[in-house]
Design a protein around this ligand. Structure first.
Ligand code: AMP
Length: 443
């Protein structure tokens, strides 16, 4: 406890901190970029990081699935705060293990991370706390799941209970498709994630991502974001991790954000507290804005990727004290301020993504692209080879831009993209289309 008390005091006094960020994607580059600019940051490390993160932080090749290795690094390097980017280490209990070692860590405990780790857990929590979400049933075997589906109307949604890296949701347009998805999931197609299946009512509306910083009892809403999950223009083609995002999301008016806080986020915090698993960290609600109001599609227990890449450029306040306050149960004393500018990010991916793609192709022109006004480039999957930047993943770059409107942010981002020389990459050309269309009709 002494160690923890000392750290709380150090942060509260404004002493600079040594910070370790875990992760390797565009989300972590955006977090590293923001935290590197904080006067509270003394040394910033990232494990394992990527070529872009290396411009902001010292990258260290730790196996972040090995919690003992992470703890040993923290002790050897006097780390005051660990910030966990991706969901897998959170669901594996890295925050609990760091806590037990007296190391402050931003993110939920293993028990609280069930909000992402188990869709059934979240649905039950919603039911118990009257949180608006689609009707559902949980199954551990295919036959009763299919029986249930036959009594419903299509479209209907079939979800693997566990973590499936974005592949665990099938929006079935017919009962036959739904039955095939049930067979696939129970047949081991998604590994352990599919041992249990949730069948859920299809919700009709417009989707938005809603983020709140939470300390167990207090939640602070962040600005709204909308992302594009489909790989091709016009929101066509297979689902991906996300091909772009923008903020603000026009569908999330102030009134809708307030409803999301009152009807979804706050009842969740109270419900988690009642279960003895207070939620600390960032809570990312995937919402469907329906005719009846906001409904919860799913929770994630970390920042979205690529949503984080538009949140960080819009955040005027220092992120570091907010993260510390979330860990310490002190968010009631934090006020997050935001730039009025819109932000937009376009993902550049390796040709073939989300299917198979080549690694190691060279990317040129990044410096010229970064010179476009309002543009910031975050690396998602790159590595450095001498002077060369090479693609090292499916989603490779996030070209982000701020602008007075979404349309202007979009124009800047594409102007920068046109300066990137990467014949083996591609991107969507219509990120932000809904917001841009709304802006042009309101002018
Ligand atoms: P997820 O992987 O859980 O983010 O879900 C992928 C996508 O499936 C979501 O972004 C939605 O577009 C869609 N989806 C999930 N659940 C529902 C639902 N109940 N109704 C309509 N669409 C859904």
């Amino acid at each position: 406890m002494l160690e923890l008390d000392h750290k709380t005091t150090a942060a509260a006094d404004g002493h600079a901190m040594n910070i370790l960020l875990l992760g390797a994607g565009g989300r972590e580059h955006a977090l590293a970029w923001k935290m590197a600019g904080s006067p509270l940051t003394e040394r910033l490390y990232c494990a394992p990081g990527n070529a872009g993160i290396a411009q902001e932080a010292e990258c260290v090749a730790l196996d972040i699935a090995d919690h003992a290795v992470v703890i040993a690094f923290c002790q050897a390097n006097k780390i005051d705060l660990v910030v966990v980017g991706p969901e897998a280490p959170l669901c594996a209990g890295i925050v609990d293990d760091l806590d037990a070692a007296g190391i402050k860590a931003f993110g939920p405990s293993k028990a609280a991370a069930q909000l992402e780790g188990s869709k059934g857990f979240t649905k039950d929590l919603c039911k118990a706390n009257n949180i608006p979400t689609g009707a559902y049933a949980r199954f551990t075997a295919p036959a009763p799941a299919k029986q249930y589906v036959r009594r419903q109307v299509a479209p209907i949604v079939i979800k693997a209970d566990g973590l499936a890296a974005g592949k665990g949701v099938v929006v079935a347009t017919t009962v036959e498709e739904a039955e095939a998805a049930i067979d696939l999931m129970f047949g081991g197609g998604l590994g352990e994630a599919g041992a249990e299946v949730v069948v859920e009512e299809f919700l009709d509306g417009e989707e938005a991502s809603f983020f709140a910083l939470c300390d167990g009892t207090t939640a602070i809403p962040m600005v709204s974001v909308q992302d594009h999950k489909r790989v091709f223009d016009g929101d066509q083609g297979p689902n991906t991790g996300g091909m772009g995002a923008y903020s603000p999301a026009p569908v999330m008016t102030d009134a809708m954000s307030q409803r999301a806080m009152d009807e979804i986020i706050m009842p969740t915090l109270r419900g988690m507290m009642a279960l003895g698993a207070p939620y600390k960290g960032v809570l990312y609600a995937g919402l469907m804005i329906t005719a009846k109001g906001p409904q919860l599609i799913e929770y994630n227990v970390r920042f979205g990727d690529p949503e984080c890449q538009v949140l960080m450029p819009r955040l005027m306040s220092d992120l570091v004290p907010a993260l510390v306050a979330a860990c310490d149960g002190m968010l009631k004393s934090i006020d997050l301020r935001w730039y009025a500018d819109a932000a937009l990010t376009v993902v550049m991916a390796a040709k073939g993504y989300p299917g198979s793609y080549a690694r190691g192709t060279e990317i040129k022109g990044l410096e010229a692209a970064a010179q476009v006004e309002g543009v910031e480039i975050f690396h998602a999957g790159t590595r450095r080879d001498g002077d060369r930047i090479l693609a090292n993943g499916g989603r490779v770059l996030n070209i982000c831009a701020l602008g007075p409107t979404v349309a202007e942010a979009q124009a800047r981002a594409y102007q920068a993209i046109d300066r990137v020389d990467w014949p083996d990459g591609f991107c969507r050309r219509d990120i932000g289309w809904r917001a841009v269309a709304r802006e042009s009709t309101s002018n």
